[in-house]
Each structure stands twice: as structure tokens, then as C-alpha cells.
Design a protein. Structure first.
Length: 278
């Protein structure tokens, strides 16, 4: 089975405090984007779960093993092959998107027929970003990442995403984040009405990321990307997840391509993409 695993951006990401389990309590509006990895997943009957991923902390195998534990059967195996386009360690949920695609594919190939809620439970074991990507579409993610609900369907909008090529460790960024515990439901409502308005300027202005300061302190290159995007005319560029990727909303594909060329001239990777729903 061939399937696309779309990356995500966090339009908003609030860190509300620490949890007894050592994780952080989050509230985040997560939006899928058109940048995607392509996966080839097949079921085998040799009992072996394997992936051709070059990354040591491959979430595809972790996801397949978590699903196999949920519905054990002898000799159930899987072969997974990934064409990577989403930069790893970039805050775009690349590894998590691949894992979510594996869960969806094997749920079908292994004929488990688990409902989405059960698949999201398995996803939580794999990583905090995986449940929202299994759910799909624009979602509000809460808790550690395990509480996911639909955030509505909106018109696609174009954006540029720029990756400075530094690997930002989620663990390190969270450890450095000193965001105060706060309750500001206004941030989510603001994003909701901005998305409904379809006004690029309003959506851009509603973007928030409580992890940006910590990530910029660890990787000053992220700040440079934001500065250069602003200089190129992007309003309120924002970081996705724990970085290092920065995104900026643009008026159209032509402006997006021009900005990508400017960013690539600085030695960074840049893509002109669009937000996508399901
Ligand atoms: O769940 P995941 O493996 O993606 O998380 C990576 C690291 O990010 C965790 O070990 C934790 O340090 C941090 N994290 C957190 N709070 C969250 C999600 C992740 O502190 N809600």
C-alpha cells in the first residue's frame, strides 16, 4: 500500500505547565501541510517488522510494534519503506507523520479494523505528536498530545516553510522552556476566527509558539530565519513545534516562490507549500 504522510505545522502552541509524568501540558492548533513523505507499507507473514529508514529513532517500527501488541497474532510482520522529504528534527512532525501513516496502513492490511479512537490510543504510546496526525485534518491538540479534537475545515492557504538545517531536539527545547503557567483561551479562539475569516494577515497575526524563545536560545539560526522572512515581507513568521522550521503565510504561490529563492540563497532549505485538510 502506498500512502502520503503529510507534515504539520503548529499554528499555535501554548505550554500550559509541567505534568506529574514529566511531560508538559500543551494546547496547540495543528494544521497539516502539503509537504509529505511517501510510504510503501506491506504486510508479511514472517513475523518481522522492518523499515528502510536511515534514522536510528525510527518511529515507523515503533508504531508497527505498538499496533502488533494491541492485536497480537503469530507471524504478523510488515515491511516499510519511506521516501523522506520532511526534514527530521524540524518541528514538522516528519517521524510522527510516518508513524501515523503506518498505523493507518497496518490497521487495514492486518485487517484489525480498529476505530480511530483506538488507533489514537496506540499512537500516544509512539509519540506526543502521533495522535493528532492519526486523527488528520486541522485539530486542537491538548494534554501531552493525546487529547485531540477536530478544529474544523478551512480554505487552504499558501505558506513558505524554511529550515535552517539545524536539528532541534524536542526534549532539549522543552527542558529550556520557562513559559509561565497561563490560561489564555483567547489564543485558540483568535486562531479559530482568523481561520474562518480566510485573511492571511489575521491568521499570521494569530500564530503563537511558547517554545520559540527556548529554541532560538539553543539555535540562534532560527531567529535569523525569522528576521530574514520579515525582511522579505512575511508578517509574523512563526516556528513550528520545537523547531527548527519556521513558517510564514504568503499572499500567493508567486510571492512564496520568490521568498523561497531568497531563503535558499542564504543556504537554507525552503518550500512553498499550502495548508491542507485531510
Ligand atoms: O512524546 P515525544 O517522544 O515526542 O516527546 C519527546 C520529548 O519532548 C519528551 O521526552 C519530553 O521531554 C518532551 N515533551 C514534553 N511535553 C510534551 C511533549 C513532549 O515535555 N507534551
Amino acid at each position: 500500500m502506498t500512502l502520503e504522510a503529510n507534515a504539520k505545522i503548529n499554528l499555535t502552541l501554548e505550554v500550559l505547565g509541567t505534568r506529574p509524568d514529566g511531560y508538559h501540558e500543551l494546547r496547540s492548533v495543528v494544521m497539516p501541510i502539503s509537504l509529505a513523505d511517501t510510504l510503501e507499507v506491506s504486510a508479511t507473514d514472517d513475523g518481522v517488522i522492518s523499515s528502510d529508514s536511515p534514522y536510528p529513532d525510527d518511529l515507523c517500527v515503533k508504531a508497527a510494534k505498538a499496533l502488533a501488541r494491541r492485536a497480537p497474532a503469530p507471524r504478523r510482520g510488515a515491511r516499510i519503506s519511506v521516501v523522506k522529504r520532511i526534514p527530521p528534527g524540524g518541528g514538522l512532525g516528519g517521524g510522527s507523520a510516518d508513524a501515523a501513516a503506518v498505523l493507518r496502513a497496518l490497521n487495514e492490511l492486518w485487517e484489525l479494523d480498529l476505530p480511530r479512537a483506538a488507533l489514537c490510543e496506540v499512537a500516544t504510546e509512539v509519540g506526543s505528536d502521533v495522535p493528532s496526525l492519526v486523527h488528520g485534518g486541522c485539530v486542537l491538540m491538548q494534554g501531552r498530545g493525546e487529547i485531540v479534537r477536530d478544529f474544523g475545515e478551512y480554505a487552504d492557504f499558501p505558506l513558505v516553510i524554511v529550515n535552517p538545517g539545524v536539528f532541534s531536539s524536542t526534549k532539549e527545547v522543552f527542558a529550556k522552556c520557562t513559559s509561565p503557567v497561563h490560561e489564555d483561551a483567547g489564543i485558540v479562539y483568535n486562531m479559530h476566527s482568523a481561520l474562518q475569516s480566510r485573511e492571511i494577515g489575521r491568521i499570521a497575526a494569530a500564530c503563537v509558539n511558547d517554545l520559540a524563545l527556548a529554541a532560538c536560545a539553543l539555535h540562534p539560526e532560527i531567529c535569523k530565519v525569522m528576521e530574514e522572512l520579515r525582511r522579505a515581507g512575511v508578517e509574523n513568521p512563526a516556528m513550528s513545534g520545537s523547531g527548527s522550521t519556521v513558517f510564514g503565510l504568503v499572499q500567493g504561490v508567486a510571492q512564496g516562490r520568490e521568498i523561497c529563492a531568497l531563503m535558499e540563497a542564504k543556504g537554507w532549505k525552503a518550500w512553498c507549500v499550502h495548508s491542507s485538510v485531510r
